[in-house]
Design a binder for this molecule. Structure first.
Ligand code: URA
Length: 243
């Protein structure tokens, strides 16, 4: 942790603008080790700052696991209807940089979505180079065929409109119309398009795991903060980090 200007800390954590910080100090809303600093340019450790008597939320950056509910889109564009950001703390939108999702899930897809303000993590975890495994629980509209298992694993399956075949994927058939699919890439609507390639419509899609982060029993619509210090690789943990 390093010393930073107080107004910079408050603004980067989404509390107020740098210009408002001076007023907040005058009003006595901000304390550092029990005292009200005289000037907004005072350099302090973010862990020492209290606003209205409470420690700052995630002063070193946000990494959270969200159980995305259905009916909301993963975009900052408000024209597309309810967004995940409408359902999350409004202060996260005002952070600099703002909190964003690591990749996207479709409007009707539920499940594990990582949220962060750390651009480097977004880059790393969405890059095909890193092959982060993502696990999907799927229901389709007609009976699954065991021959799909070797086809999905073959690295030969191509999606409509794309020349490069999908990387090998692990398909487990769990019931007549239920399956679990593990992908190490994230093409546009990939799960739905893989099943469309074998003549099935996906009627329910839920992501239970992203890398080492397992949704476990996190309720739909809830989120938990994750440890940024342990986020170097979402693949580190064999059993996964449980919510
Ligand atoms: N694949 C899809 O088709 N949709 C999602 O939301 C995620 C993966």
């Amino acid at each position: 942790m390093k010393l930073r200007r107080l107004d910079q800390i408050l603004s980067s954590c989404g509390y107020c603008s740098r210009s408002e910080a001076r007023r907040w100090l005058r009003e006595g809303r901000v304390t550092v080790e029990g005292k009200t600093p005289r000037s907004e340019d005072t350099k302090v450790l973010s862990s020492q700052v209290l606003v209205d008597g409470e420690a700052l939320e995630a002063p070193e950056g946000v990494l959270a696991l969200y159980h995305k509910p259905p009916g909301c889109v993963c975009t900052h564009e408000t024209a597309e209807g309810t967004t995940i950001y409408d359902l999350l703390p409004q202060r996260w939108r005002r952070r600099h940089p703002p909190v964003t999702s690591v990749g996207r899930l479709d409007k009707d897809t539920t499940g594990a979505l990582l949220l962060t303000d750390q651009g480097a993590l977004v880059q790393r975890w969405t890059s095909p180079k890193h092959k982060v495994p993502k696990v999907y629980e799927i229901t389709v509209d007609s009976v699954l065929d065991p021959n799909m298992v070797p086809l999905f694993a073959s690295g030969q399956l191509t999606l409509e409109g794309e020349a490069a075949p999908c990387l090998p994927a692990t398909l487990e058939i769990l019931g007549p119309r239920q399956a679990r699919l593990t992908l190490v890439e994230g093409r546009f609507h990939q799960v739905k398009r893989m099943f469309a390639a074998v003549g099935r419509n996906v009627t329910r899609l839920h992501r239970s795991r992203f890398g080492a982060y397992d949704l476990a029993r996190l309720p739909e619509g809830s989120w938990v903060f994750l440890d940024l210090d342990q986020s170097a690789s979402p693949l580190d943990s064999g059993s996964g980090k449980r919510a």
